[in-house]
Ligand binder design. Structure first.
Ligand SMILES: Nc1nc2c(ncn2[C@@H]2O[C@H](COP(=O)(O)OP(=O)(O)O)[C@@H](O)[C@H]2O)c(=O)[nH]1
Ligand SMILES: Nc1ncnc2c1ncn2[C@@H]1O[C@H](COP(=O)(O)OP(=O)(O)O)[C@@H](O)[C@H]1O
Length: 190
């Protein structure tokens, strides 16, 4: 059996990564979502083990020091990391896995998995990004401002990615990502 594809989806806070990933989960049978560990406090409605594995700083440090994380990064005051075993086991089983992670982590994954597919989700405009992150209502004004200033730097790194997908309409963005994955499965690899 051939190994699955490792897909990385990045994009600024509020662009719609979580929304698009949820929509893809219902459409792509062979696609598994990597659940990250984080020290961030859960938002209302988020479930441990579904959205994230919510960890204390000590628990996260233990995972870091015991090489349980494929990559990790600090983002706007919290740590986020990808549990390694789950990614490797999923790929071995022939399923595709999608990692929804920020840019520093994505670049570390690229060093380890240069064959991965790196997709950057872009907002239609910075004003629309601001409206989405404010409209979600999960962050304080200070956190929104911090995330928006990070967003500008993140968007500047789009050149490190293989594909850029604008999330104008959720269905359209999903279709583009599905098409990328289908094409990558058809690719002749050396
Ligand atoms: N490097 C890395 N980044 C992650 C991981 N999990 C989530 N992130 C990213 O961390 C950033 C903040 O995530 P979150 O607090 O959920 O905010 P959101 O992007 O506004 O939904 C986002 O860019 C996520 O994609 C991970 O395991 N590793
Ligand atoms: N294509 C879209 N058009 C309009 N609103 C969207 C779109 N995609 C996502 N949203 C909304 O934007 C907000 C941020 O989306 P979310 O998935 O939480 O972003 P992220 O995970 O990238 O931080 C949510 O309120 C979501 O419903």
């Amino acid at each position: 059996m051939s190994k699955g594809l490792l897909i990385v989806l990045s994009g600024p806070s509020g662009v719609g990564k979580g929304t698009v990933c949820n929509a893809l989960r219902g459409k792509m049978d062979n696609l598994v979502y990597s659940v990250s560990a984080t020290t961030r406090v859960p938002r209302i409605g988020e479930e441990n083990g579904v959205n994230y594995f919510f960890k204390s700083h000590d628990e996260f440090k233990y995972m870091m020091e015991n090489e349980q994380l494929l990559e990790y990064a600090e983002y706007v005051g919290n740590y986020y990391g990808t549990p390694r075993d789950f990614v490797e086991e999923t790929l071995q089983s022939g399923k595709d896995i999608i990692l929804e992670i920020e840019v520093q982590g994505a670049l570390k994954v690229k060093e380890k998995f240069p064959e991965g597919i790196f997709i950057f989700l872009l907002p239609p405009s910075l004003d629309e990004l601001k409206d989405r992150i404010c409209g979600r209502g999960t962050e304080t004004q200070a956190t929104i401002d911090h995330r928006l200033s990070v967003a500008v730097d993140e968007i500047g790194l789009v050149g490190h990615y293989d594909y850029a997908v604008v999330n104008d309409q959720i269905d359209e963005a999903c279709k583009r990502i599905e098409s990328i994955v289908i094409a990558e499965h058809c690719k002749v690899r050396g």
